[in-house]
Write a protein that binds this ligand. Structure first.
Ligand SMILES: [Zn+2]
Length: 143
């Protein structure tokens, strides 16, 4: 698998494990299947029922943006999977508004963060969910 994509998936996997949400089986997509988009390597996220969703990153993006993008795509997969299992679809859970919305993947100051979409507060760096209980800090800029 493309090293950038593999690294981003590995970082996000930590946040899946710590939250106890379903983990996808990651299957590499052979290079001949994406060579016409050589700047965008991809893999498949597979659910236990065999359904799959494509995940990709842009090789020209900075690693932090690759991580944000992959986290966003994995979040979409988790959302679908939790819906299918009829579980709460909030992953990662917003500590301030647990019943309202999940956190969003955002780049702040050259780092990828899980951010509350309402108050724009950074809750945890992506890949460090639940590692430090008080990693919250106000956002500056970002997207
Ligand atoms: Zn919130």
């Amino acid at each position: 698998m493309n090293a950038d994509l593999a690294r981003a998936l590995q970082v996000v996997e930590h946040d899946l494990r710590i939250a106890g949400v379903p983990l996808p089986e990651v299957r590499d997509v052979p290079e001949q299947e994406w060579r016409h988009h050589a700047h965008q390597p991809c893999a498949m996220l597979l659910a236990v029922d065999g359904s799959g969703q494509r995940v990709s990153c842009l090789v020209d993006d900075a690693p932090v943006e690759q991580l944000r993008s992959v986290a966003d795509q994995v979040q979409e997969w988790v959302h679908e999977e939790l819906c299918r299992l009829e579980r709460s679809v909030a992953w990662p859970r917003c500590p301030t508004h647990p019943l309202t919305h999940p956190l969003s993947a955002v780049v702040i100051d050259e780092a990828a963060w899980w951010v509350c979409p309402l108050d724009r507060r950074g809750v945890s760096p992506i890949g460090q969910l639940g590692v430090t209980a008080r990693s919250s800090r106000p956002t500056r800029g970002g997207r």
